[in-house]
Ligand binder design. Structure first.
Ligand SMILES: *[C@@H]1O[C@H](CO)[C@@H](O)[C@H](O)[C@H]1NC(C)=O
Ligand SMILES: *[C@@H]1O[C@H](CO)[C@@H](O)[C@H](O)[C@H]1NC(C)=O
Ligand SMILES: *[C@@H]1O[C@H](CO)[C@@H](O)[C@H](O)[C@H]1NC(C)=O
Ligand SMILES: *[C@@H]1O[C@H](CO)[C@@H](O)[C@H](O)[C@H]1NC(C)=O
Ligand SMILES: *[C@@H]1O[C@H](CO)[C@@H](O)[C@H](O)[C@H]1NC(C)=O
Length: 594
């Protein structure tokens, strides 16, 4: 993998990807299901890196946060999320994986001081809520991770009494009030920024080779390459690597300052002339980078930095912001991996990293995304933004919190199941039909195909009482930019005319909608059945229509006429000949009448 500075912002997501693809590979249904990485798993990973096993093995069981706080020793919770890990003086030994705890988004305090931990420090990347970090009095070695500089709320950092080497990164967080790196093997000039210069000498003492203020020991070597504003990486790293690393620091710092300003400026100017605006955004950052000698790297990274938001009110972050934000892997679908990202701005978004669309030209891609970005409907998940570069095509959606129809229908069958009543089912399919009709009719000149309509792509929005189920379609509209080799993996790959090599049109979506109706009525997943439509049709024509019903609705006898009406609509949608299927507008009319 190429970790050049340009692709660096993707690094975090890429790491997640590697770690998690193995989860995706297990089980047939797991592709359908949205998987969550739990905080518990992260804590267990931390625990398992400690030897010898301590009381934590017996104590850390169940879930880390319960309604009244935590039953786990050393763990504190806030709003049912892990907020603190405090294990000082526990005689813990072992080395901690560098990526550990990265799913603890809400972690505010981490104290592992006074133990016997060794190896390099964990990077704590993306844990933007961290305020207090103590690794003091252990045997950690290696460099202070540069990622610590990007923890915006860091107020206390204690690294004293370890075996750390390399130089001190340029910590410049305004909140940083306590800082101690004394009693280590650090070297080089102490960065001369006001934040670090504000700490007493005892914060830096007993590092034989540190120099510069506030220590009394001036830096003698004129060859010291470090510019005062930028901390360099560990001297133990190769020079190429360290150059790269401090380029990253520069990018992070300049991006931090510049990204939001640039994005807003960009968006502001967008209305008038998009081209001019782009140049202006570059200028802004180039001027920030002036004199640093790395403007080339920076502006190269900048070229891909701006995210174009369709709706200016919702433009809350830039690409760098998004890429550096904590991300949670949600699942792998036909179009690529999906993540949930929470940028510092606080608005949670869903990022889809498309794969297999490299054959499409940038123009085509942008055109299609702009078309999709204009769509607004109560039953569609709103597309917020997209990003297009040679290596990377990202689409950003709004975040819908209530799970999907597949989960509602099939999860927890047997135990702890929340029964999905007929009224809710009917409401859901009405929403789907409206969303789909909108896709087919919203643009005057061509119908937008959903092309990947299936129960797992129907997200569910609950209203405040959690009673209303509002369906929101997602994953729509990518058909026209996918290579033909990939279309078979979409939902429309299963319609009869596809296997006959016919061109797909809106009636293909109608067929997929018919399958969803049967799934809702029978509780059976079409992918698991040989021929669900055939089985339903034969039962209905042979006078046994109630045999097909999902047990959960079979008891609602007074609803049978309605259920039968919906089943008939489904069978009409599932006609083999596309011409004989109804158009979506007609389907909407018929479902509304139920
Ligand atoms: C998974 O797929 C295999 C073959 O594709 C099948 O034999 C097996 O029953 C499936 N398992 C589940 C849980 O669906
Ligand atoms: C873990 O230890 C704490 C403190 O000793 C105790 O309050 C808690 O009940 C224990 N939890 C479990 C699951 O044993
Ligand atoms: C937690 O709270 C519930 C009710 O709010 C209560 O029944 C339960 O006993 C509490 N558990 C503890 C350990 O305090
Ligand atoms: C501390 O680091 C130095 C190299 O920087 C190494 O030689 C030494 O063995 C380390 N000491 C411990 C206790 O890990
Ligand atoms: C830093 O840590 C050392 C060693 O524990 C201590 O002597 C010193 O007072 C600390 N300095 C500050 C400013 O906390």
């Amino acid at each position: 993998m190429d970790f050049s500075s340009k692709s660096m912002p993707m690094l975090f997501i890429a790491t997640l990807l590697l770690e998690l693809t193995c989860i995706a590979a297990s089980g047939n249904r797991s592709r359908q299901q949205v998987l969550y990485v739990s905080e518990a798993a992260d804590l267990i990973k931390l625990r398992n890196s400690f030897s010898p096993p301590l009381i934590l093995y017996a104590n850390w069981t169940g879930s880390p946060c319960s309604t009244n706080g935590s039953q786990w020793f050393g763990i504190t919770c806030h709003n049912s999320r892990v907020a603190g890990v405090s294990l000082p003086g526990m005689r813990l030994s072992g080395s901690i994986p560098s990526t550990v705890l990265q799913n603890l988004w809400y972690l505010a305090s981490l104290d592992l001081s006074n133990n016997a931990l060794y190896g390099t420090l964990p990077t704590l990347q993306g844990l933007i809520n961290l305020r207090v970090v103590s690794f003091a009095s252990n045997q950690f070695s290696g460099a202070i991770p540069l990622q610590f500089v990007a923890l915006p709320n860091l107020a206390k950092l204690e690294l004293q009494d370890n075996n750390l080497s390399g130089t001190i990164p340029a910590f410049d967080q305004q909140a940083l009030a306590r800082f101690n790196v004394s009693h280590n093997h650090l070297e080089g000039r102490i960065p001369s920024n006001p934040v670090l210069q504000g700490f007493p000498t005892t914060s830096f003492a007993n590092n034989l080779q540190l120099c510069g203020k506030p220590l009394a020991n001036p830096c003698s070597s004129p060859t010291s390459p470090a510019p005062p504003s930028a901390g360099t990486a560990a001297s133990s790293q190769s020079s190429g690597k360290s150059l790269r690393s401090w380029a990253i620091v520069l990018i992070v710092i300049s991006a931090l300052a510049g990204v939001c300003m640039a994005t807003f400026c960009f968006l502001f100017c967008l209305k008038r002339r998009s081209k001019k605006a782009t140049e202006k955004a570059f200028d802004l950052d180039a001027s920030l980078a002036k004199g640093s000698g790395t403007s080339e790297i920076i502006s190269e990274a900048n070229q891909n930095k701006n995210l174009m938001f369709y709706d200016r009110e919702k433009a809350t972050c830039g690409l760098d912001d998004l890429m550096r934000s904590p991300a949670e892997w949600l699942g792998k679908g036909e179009l690529g991996n999906t993540f949930r990202a929470m940028p510092e701005s606080g608005r949670i978004m869903v990022v889809k990293r498309l794969h297999g669309v490299n054959g499409v030209s940038k123009e085509e891609f942008v055109q299609q995304m702009q078309l999709l970005g204009r769509l607004r409907h109560k039953n569609l998940v709103e597309m917020l933004s997209f990003h297009c570069s040679k290596e990377e095509k990202l689409v950003v959606f709004e975040h819908v919190s209530g799970g999907n129809l597949f989960q509602l229908l099939h999860d927890n069958r047997g135990e702890a199941r929340i029964v999905l009543k007929w009224a809710a089912r009917l409401n859901i399919v009405k929403g789907i039909s409206r969303g789909l009709a909108y896709l087919h009719e919203s643009t005057p000149f061509h119908k937008i195909l959903h092309a990947n309509l299936k129960s797992s792509n129907v997200l569910i929005d609950h209203n405040e009482e959690g009673k209303e189920y509002n369906s929101r379609l997602t994953d729509y509209g990518f058909y026209s930019i996918l290579p033909s080799t990939q279309v078979h993996s979409l939902a429309v790959g299963k319609v009869p005319e596809f296997s006959q090599g016919m061109k797909l049109a809106d009636k293909a979506d109608v067929y997929c909608f018919g399958l969803i109706l049967l799934e809702v009525v029978t509780g059976r997943f079409p992918g698991d059945e040989e021929d669900l439509p055939g089985w339903v049709r034969s039962n209905v024509t042979n006078g046994r229509p109630t045999d097909i019903l999902d047990m959960e609705i079979a008891s609602e006898i007074e609803r049978y006429p309605d259920i039968l009406k919906l089943t008939q609509i489904a069978l009409d949608c599932l006609e083999i000949d596309p011409e004989r299927r109804p158009v979506m507008n007609e389907v909407v009319k018929r479902t509304e009448e139920i």
